[in-house]
Design a protein around this ligand. Structure first.
Ligand code: HEM
Length: 133
């Protein structure tokens, strides 16, 4: 269990960076009107899927619904799941566009929202784990 928690912790920071890089790339590609391929954005969304699944396992096995901090009990999981939804909605909206620039922009907007939510989730867990709130 400790090893899963350590992986989840480190992966959390890496994923925040990957989502940041993907969102930045999306707006750069939109600016250059590069041909739209969803692959890089899907990769970021799938990483979020894996991280959320891992978090659910840690939460369930560790009985975190009884944790003293509401930030870990509710806020961290909720923000993480919303981040996952935002990333997938962005990819789906991107695929639905016919113009390449708009497709990249739609994916980028979803990833930007996901980034803010991931940042919030990381902050909530950092504060919650240490029992500050
Ligand atoms: C966007 C997805 C997620 C990210 C980026 C993320 C990130 C993190 C990080 C960075 C930590 C370590 C905090 C610290 O030790 O300072 C953490 C801890 C934790 N996360 Fe997540 N998490 C995500 C999703 C989830 C989900 C969906 C759940 C549960 C449903 C979850 C449950 C937990 C739990 C229980 C801990 C505390 C583990 C401990 O006792 O050290 N996480 N998360």
């Amino acid at each position: 269990m400790d090893i899963l928690t350590t992986i989840h912790q480190f992966a959390g920071y890496v994923i925040a960076l990957v989502v940041l890089a993907s969102a930045t790339a999306a707006f750069g590609r939109a600016h250059d009107a590069r041909e739209f391929t969803a692959g890089p954005y899907v990769a970021a969304a799938v990483l979020l899927d894996v991280q959320v699944t891992l978090g659910l396992v840690i939460y369930g096995v560790g009985g975190y619904w009884d944790h003293a901090s509401p930030l870990l009990r509710y806020v961290h999981p909720l923000l993480a799941v919303l981040a996952l939804v935002a990333a997938h909605v962005g990819v789906r909206r991107g695929r639905a566009q016919r113009m390449a620039a708009e497709a990249h922009q739609a994916a980028g907007r979803g990833l930007l929202v996901a980034l803010v939510l991931v940042f919030g989730a990381v902050m909530a867990s950092t504060v919650g784990v240490r029992g500050l709130i």
